[in-house]
Design a protein around this ligand. Structure first.
Ligand code: NDP
Length: 258
C-alpha cells in the first residue's frame, strides 16, 4: 500500500480543472480528490462549478474553490487564477480540459462556428496553460499539466463531420509537445490524453444510430466511461510520470489501431 501511495498519491497537491462541473472534468475531479488532492474548478457556469466544488469538498474532506470563467477570456482566466491561488495558497497541477464540439460539414460551417470551436478548444487551452505555466515558473513550482486532446486529433471521425473539432484537437497535441519542450528546463511536465468515444453530455445528444456505429467501430465494441480516463490523468500528474513529458496517452478502446 505504501508503494501504491508513493506512486499515485496526489496528497498535498492542488489541481486546477477546467470544465470541471460535469462530464470528464467532474469525474476526474472526484478521482483526484479521492487520492488526496485539493481541487479548483473553472467552468463557464459559475453556479454549477460551485455546486461541484462544494459536493467534492463534502464527500472527500478536501479543500475546494470554484470560479466562473470562459476559458476564451484571457483576462478572466488571469483573474480567476489569481483568486484561486490566494484562496488555496498554491496550485501545482492543471487538467486543462474544457472543450466543445460542433458537428457540421465544412461547406455548412460558418466562420463564426469555426472560430468558436478553435477559440474554446485550442486558444482556451493555450491561455490557461500559458497563464498557469507562467505562475509555476515565477514561483519555482515543479508542476505538471495534462491537456485533454482527443483521438480526433489523429483520425477523422465518421459518420459525423466535425473538421473544426478535429483540427482543434490536433492543435492541442502539438501545443502539448511544444509546451513540454519549452518548460522541461523548469521541471514542468506537459502531457495530453486523447480519449476515444466517451459517454458524457457532450456525446449524449447525437443520433442513437451514430452512437451505435461508434461502438461497432471500436474494437472493444463499446463507448468508454469518464471513469476510465481518471487513472491516466492521475498517472500523468503524479510523480510516477516524473520522466514523462510531451506524450499523448490514447484511451480509445482500440479505435485508432485499425
Ligand atoms: P461536457 O460537455 O460534458 O463538459 C465540458 C464542460 O466544459 C462543461 O461543464 C462545459 O460547460 C464546460 N465548458 C464548455 N465551454 C467552456 C468554456 N468556454 N469555458 C469554460 N468551461 C467551458 O464534455 P466532456 O466532459 O465530454 O468533454 C471534456 C473534454 O474531453 C473536452 O475537451 C472534449 O473535447 C474532450 N473529449 C471528449 C470526448 C467524449 O467522447 N466525450 C472524447 C474525446 C475528447 P457547459 O455545461 O456550460 O457547456
Amino acid at each position: 500500500m505504501d508503494m501504491l501511495k508513493k506512486l499515485f498519491s496526489l496528497e498535498n497537491r492542488t489541481i486546477l480543472i477546467t470544465g470541471g462541473s460535469r462530464g470528464i472534468g467532474r469525474v476526474v475531479a472526484e478521482h483526484v480528490a479521492a487520492v488526496g488532492a485539493n481541487v479548483v474548478i473553472f467552468d463557464i457556469q459559475g453556479d454549477k462549478a460551485a455546486e461541484a466544488a462544494n459536493e467534492i469538498a463534502e464527500k472527500y474532506g478536501c479543500q475546494t474553490y470554484s470560479c466562473e470563467v470562459d476559458v476564451t477570456d484571457y483576462e478572466g482566466v488571469k483573474s480567476c487564477l489569481q483568486q484561486a491561488v490566494e484562496q488555496m495558497g498554491r496550485i501545482d497541477l492543471l487538467f486543462n480540459n474544457a472543450g466543445i464540439v460542433i458537428q457540421k460539414p465544412v461547406i455548412e460551417t460558418t466562420p463564426e462556428e469555426w472560430n468558436k470551436v478553435i477559440d474554446v478548444n485550442l486558444n482556451g487551452v493555450y491561455y490557461v496553460a500559458q497563464l498557469f505555466g507562467k505562475y509555476l515558473i515565477e514561483n519555482g513550482i515543479k508542476g505538471a499539466i495534462v491537456n485533454t486532446a482527443s483521438m480526433s486529433g489523429q483520425i477523422v471521425n465518421y459518420p459525423q463531420l466535425q473538421a473544426s473539432y478535429n483540427t482543434s484537437k490536433a492543435g492541442v497535441v502539438h501545443l502539448t509537445k511544444s509546451l513540454a519542450y519549452e518548460w522541461a528546463s523548469h521541471d514542468i511536465r506537459v502531457n495530453c490524453i486523447s480519449p476515444g468515444y466517451i459517454f458524457t453530455e457532450l456525446t449524449s445528444f447525437v443520433r442513437e444510430d451514430w452512437r451505435e456505429q461508434w461502438a461497432e467501430s471500436t474494437p472493444m465494441r463499446r463507448l468508454g466511461k469518464p471513469e476510465e480516463l481518471a487513472g491516466a490523468v492521475i498517472y500523468l500528474l503524479s510523480d510516477s510520470a516524473s520522466f514523462v513529458t510531451g506524450s499523448q496517452l490514447t484511451i480509445d478502446g482500440g479505435f485508432t489501431i485499425i
